[in-house]
Every structure is written in structure tokens, then in C-alpha cells.
Write a protein that binds this ligand. Structure first.
Ligand code: UD1
Length: 332
């Protein structure tokens, strides 16, 4: 598992270890900490094998995967800040795209052709309507999004060039929440760009108020609508994808969302309820590049994976808040 120490990686590692799998973590901790995996080991009573390494180090990947000992690779590692990707596109292409090409080359050399890839709803660009199905046109609106799209394209080209690849391209909508123990969760470095971590950091007093980006969208309350999905549901979807990876012929995409769109004001209301007091907000102009609505048609996930999201927005906020209040400074 690349990026196993990160937010979605650590929750998926917990899920896989609990299901009896052996997990080897490959992570450079660029945006995470090995502390998350130590907590996963404590929670499951079973430790992942830890390898510290960087996807840009192709020989390290070849040494790791060269022994043919792996059934499958789950690939989370990558940079994911949209703004930073605009300022430092080469950093993003190098880490995300070249790193993924190195990984695929090492898998090919080691004879492992089963991959679960951490893609994103960002590959739908500015969607024309909702709900979004996997057959919608793909495009990128920033360098980060383009790296996800290019990696998907590389997977499709590779699978077309050579039989035997089974690749699940899992397109996440908006992951939020935390494990119900409150021991692992999202630990963004710097000021978070995403709504839920910003809301929860505001609740612990790290920010004065949440800016509501845009109140004049053509939506029922005027604020942006997204498909928030509990990270534990997301982790379970990875477990299901691994169990059924042989049914992925070549590279096939699957949306991971709940199929329910929620507005920024609905998130603030649910978060205020979970926290037990009103979270301060400031009505603000739109953030450039944001779509009014983005939510999934999750029916292919049900067909292909036998999986549906089970946790609702209240559970997402309750669990995110438990993590945030127990760990106001994350893993530090
Ligand atoms: C963002 C990224 C997207 C990435 C995804 C997951 C942008 C433009 N898009 O998506 O590429 O795949 O995160 O990491 O950065 N909002 C506020 N106030 C805030 C923050 C957000 O009102 O302080 C609103 C946004 O306008 C949006 C919703 O909350 O309507 C969700 O925002 P966010 O969590 O940043 O996710 P996305 O914009 O969906």
C-alpha cells in the first residue's frame, strides 16, 4: 500500500488488517506521519510492515516488488493540494505521474498486475449535470486533477497493451469523517483547503470563522453541493475492490460516493449539532474553479463491489469531531 500512513490509507490499512490481510506500507511521510500506522497497529493488534520510501525512487520500488510476493497494490500516495499544484506543476507531475509510472513498471517487472488506484471525482472536470456516472466525459481543471486523469490514462493504456491487468480506478467524491475510535483521522498540514477539516479546526478555535464560498449558486440554499462520504465507508470499498479485483478486466472506473448531495450550510448545521454549538461562518464570494454541484451516481459500485455507503452526514460529523477534539493538533 503506497501512502498507507495518510488519511484514507490509514483507514484502509485498518480495514484490511482487521479482515486478515497482510499489509506492507510504502510511504515517504511527505504529508503524513508513521504515528497513524502505530495507532492502526494498536487498534487491530496487527502491524503493517513498514518501508520508508519515495515513488520517485524507481530502484527502491523494483527491489520491493521484484520478489513477486504481492497479490495486489493499493496506490494512495500522491500530492493533493489544488492551489499548490497550480504553483508547482512539475512537483505534481513528478510525484504523482512519474511516481505512478515507476510503480506500474515495478509491478510489471515483479509480476503483480492487480491495482486499486486512488482516483478522484476531479477527473469529471466541471460536470454538466448530476448525478455523475462513470461514462461522463473526463477533463481536468487544474494540474492536480490532470495528474489523476493522466494516471488513469496510463492505466488504461497499459491494460490495453498487455493482457492480465486488473485495475480498479476508484473515483472518490468528498471523503470526510474518521474512525469511530477517534484515534486516526485527517491531519492536514498547514491551513486546510477542504471544508470539513476547516470546519472542525474552527470548532477547536484554530480559526475564527468558516468562509462559505458562494451563496448565489443555483442550488436550494445558494451554497455549493457535494457528495460527502465517510472515510470508513471508503476504506470498506477498497477492501471490497481487492476481494473482487479479478472482475476488473483491464482498467475500470468506479465512483465512490453516497449518491446524496449536501450543501455547505447543511454541513455546517450537522457539524454544529455534532460539536454542540453553532460554528461561526462568514458568507463570502465564490471560490474560483468551484462547481455548483458535484454528486455521484453510485450504482456501479453496488454492482461491481457489492458495496454501498452506510454512514450518514451526522455520523461523518460526529466521528470527525471525536478525532479533532481528541487530537486538536493531529498526530503532533
Ligand atoms: C476539492 C478540490 C478537488 C479535490 C477535492 C478533494 C478545489 C477547487 N477542488 O474539491 O480538486 O479533488 O477537494 O480533496 O479545491 N467550501 C467553503 N468554505 C471552505 C472550503 C470549502 O464554503 O473553507 C465549499 C466549497 O466551495 C465546496 C464545498 O465547500 O462547495 C467543498 O469544498 P472542498 O472540501 O474544498 O471540496 P471540493 O471543492 O469538492
Amino acid at each position: 500500500m503506497t501512502g498507507a500512513a495518510g488519511y484514507i490509507g490509514s483507514h484502509t490499512a485498518l480495514e484490511l488488517l482487521s479482515a486478515g490481510h497482510d499489509v506492507v506500507s510504502f510511504d515517504n511521510y511527505a504529508n503524513s506521519s508513521p504515528a497513524s500506522l502505530a495507532r492502526v497497529a494498536r487498534l487491530t493488534g496487527k502491524a503493517a510492515e513498514i518501508v520508508e520510501g519515495d515513488l520517485r525512487d524507481a530502484p527502491a520500488l523494483e527491489r520491493l516488488l521484484g520478489n513477486g510476493a504481492y497479490d495486489a497494490v493499493v496506490h494512495f500516495a500522491g500530492l493533493k493540494a489544488v492551489g499548490e499544484s497550480v504553483e508547482k506543476p512539475l512537483l505534481y507531475y513528478d510525484n504523482n505521474v512519474s511516481g505512478s509510472a515507476n510503480l506500474l513498471r515495478a509491478m510489471q517487472a515483479g509480476g503483480c498486475r492487480k491495482l486499486v488506484f486512488s482516483s478522484s471525482a476531479t477527473v469529471y472536470g466541471a460536470p454538466e449535470r448530476c448525478p455523475i456516472t462513470e461514462s461522463f466525459p473526463l477533463s481536468a481543471v487544474n494540474p492536480y486533477g490532470r495528474t489523476k486523469l493522466i494516471i488513469e490514462d496510463i492505466c488504461r493504456d497499459l491494460a490495453a497493451s498487455e493482457p492480465g491487468w486488473n485495475i480498479a480506478l476508484l473515483r472518490y467524491f468528498n471523503p470526510v469523517g474518521a474512525h469511530e475510535s477517534g484515534e486516526i483521522g485527517e491531519d492536514p498540514s498547514g491551513i486546510p483547503n477542504n471544508l470539513m477539516p476547516f470546519v472542525m479546526q474552527t470548532a477547536v478555535g484554530k480559526h475564527d470563522s468558516v468562509k462559505v464560498f458562494g451563496t448565489d449558486y443555483p442550488t436550494p440554499d445558494g451554497t455549493g453541493i457535494r457528495d460527502y462520504i465517510h472515510v470508513v465507508d471508503l476504506a470498506k470499498a477498497h477492501s471490497a475492490a481487492l476481494e473482487r479485483i479479478d472482475s476488473f478486466k483491464g482498467a475500470e472506473p468506479v465512483n465512490l460516493g453516497t449518491g446524496k448531495g449536501r450543501s455547505v450550510l447543511e454541513v455546517l448545521a450537522a457539524a454544529s449539532k455534532a460539536v454542540g454549538r453553532e460554528i461561526p461562518r462568514t458568507l463570502s464570494p465564490r471560490r474560483p474553479g468551484d462547481a455548483a454541484e458535484c454528486w455521484a451516481d453510485p450504482s456501479r459500485a453496488k454492482e461491481k463491489l457489492g458495496w454501498t455507503a452506510e454512514r450518514d452526514l451526522d455520523a461523518m460529523c460526529r466521528d470527525h469531531w471525536r478525532w479533532q477534539s481528541k487530537n486538536p493538533s493531529g498526530y503532533r
